[in-house]
Design a protein around this ligand. Sequence first.
Ligand code: ZN
Ligand code: ZN
Length: 234
Amino acid sequence: MPKTKKCHCCSRTLSVEKFVDISGAPNPKGRYCQACHLRKVEQKHRAALAREQSCIRKLKIVYGKYWRHYAAPEHFHATLQDERDFCPYCGTRFDDVIPDPFNESPVHIDHMDPLDKGGEHSIRNVVLCCGPCNIKKGKRSFMQWLEMLEPPCRDLAKTLYVEKHGHPPEAFVEGCPTARNAYELELALYQSEAALKKQYPQPKVNGPPSNQPTPSQGGDAPPEEPKETSGGQA
Ligand SMILES: [Zn+2]
Ligand SMILES: [Zn+2]
């Protein structure tokens, strides 16, 4: 086998040791050098982020300040990825998570309040975590799960929960299981922002989805908005 070859992207002739496969793992048979692979990954991420940010602007037109409740997590992977590059439950860096051959991504989307207990299927209720933590957590309530974490991760996980939900985890009220497709991005989101603004001069909702036990509103409610305190007691 030759010791050097040409990269299909940058056309540089490099040592075969510099080549990687599509997952980024060193592989002398790979098409691209590692530098080109990393650049492609970064470009893909930026493009995904731009698409998601456009979606978010549209959600804001349709759902106003409650948009986070209606943002289905599967459409916002790059946005969630930008939150952190390690598992908040055990601290493992996502780069170090060994991919499960039967699972296309080693990084899982975790519903902090489980769907089974009525947790919301929205970006405000999810974090990316490692597969083993997601499996260990299962259908446990977030309060039960916190008990199982090492103290530094427990503190971080609790802080994240409060930041994302706008209330402490003990304020969550269990309800009926939530359907995963409850708040699919609407067809409306395929329209332009200008068309949406015409159609929705005012947001079409004045609160979170009604089946959600939500004691207080999420992070971006304007400060002048009177805070509901009804369900907030610990
Ligand atoms: Zn290259
Ligand atoms: Zn983990």
